[in-house]
Design a binder for this molecule. Structure first.
Ligand code: HEC
Length: 220
């Protein structure tokens, strides 16, 4: 009695296990195909990621250029030629600071004592109660910010420290770092990325001249 019923179950079981085997192997193949497609897509994916990172860097530099240009860093940091409309930026020397070796025009200390602040015609050097200050080279050359880290740039802009070193002297006027220090991290990062991407221009800007030395210059 048990024989025939067992016999009847057996084919059912067989059919069941056969069909699950088919389903299982189908799943396996499906998985394999998926794995395979993931592997073959990987190189393309990497290229895509690289292209995206490339584009992100380009966008960052572009935003930095927009900020540096619109905020007017070149007003003081770019040498200029006197044009019909006043001092015009020399594109060849963009952001390279007061020209090394240039001679300052004679300083009228009386005017400074009377409360005037003097600028050279290209606005890269100025005289005031702080002495004479010279706008820095901001290009990617090593005489500029070429060897700087972002942290140095941030310290220079947020804390007004020479070369972005915390123990260095304070930056002199008219560098308006107290205002620029209010810019967001994202903005400063973009500005630094742009400055790092600029054409390197070799120009070692002279050290500032302290007020008492100007007085001595006058007596000579
Ligand atoms: C009104 C003039 C003026 C403007 C505008 C100006 N700067 Fe300056 N900047 C100077 C002067 C002058 C110095 C040098 C100060 C010193 O030697 O203490 C200087 C110094 C710096 C330094 C420090 C360089 C170093 O070697 O330590 C950085 C960085 C800098 N400026 C960035 C900028 C950026 C970025 C902008 C625009 C967002 C800008 N400056 C706009 C006048 C200016």
């Amino acid at each position: 009695m048990s024989g025939p019923s067992n016999l009847r179950i057996a084919p059912d079981l067989l059919r069941f296990s056969l069909s699950s085997l088919i389903v299982f192997s189908f799943l396996l193949t499906g998985c394999k195909e998926k794995e395979y497609s993931e592997i073959s897509a990987a190189p393309g994916e990497i290229e895509l990621q690289e292209a995206n990172a490339d584009q992100a860097q380009k966008d960052l530099v572009k935003r930095g250029e927009y900020l540096i240009t619109s905020i007017g860093c070149a007003d003081c940091h770019s040498p200029k030629k006197m044009g019909e409309r006043g001092p015009e930026e020399d594109p060849e020397l963009k952001l390279s600071g007061y020209r090394q070796g240039n001679e300052l025009p004679p300083i009228d200390q009386n005017a400074v004592e009377k409360g005037w602040i003097l600028f050279t015609g290209d606005l890269t050097a100025s005289v005031g109660p702080w002495g004479v200050s010279f706008a820095a080279n901001l290009t990617s050359d090593e005489t500029g910010i070429g060897n700087w880290t972002y942290e140095q740039f941030e310290t220079a802009i947020r804390q007004g420290k020479y070369k972005g070193m915390k123990n260095n002297r304070d930056l002199l006027p008219p560098m308006p770092w107290p205002s620029y220090g209010l810019l967001s991290d994202d903005d400063l990062k973009a500005m630094f990325a742009y400055l790092k991407s600029t054409k390197p221009i070799k120009n070692a800007v002279p050290a500032p001249i302290p007020p008492d030395k100007i007085a001595r210059m006058k007596k000579q």
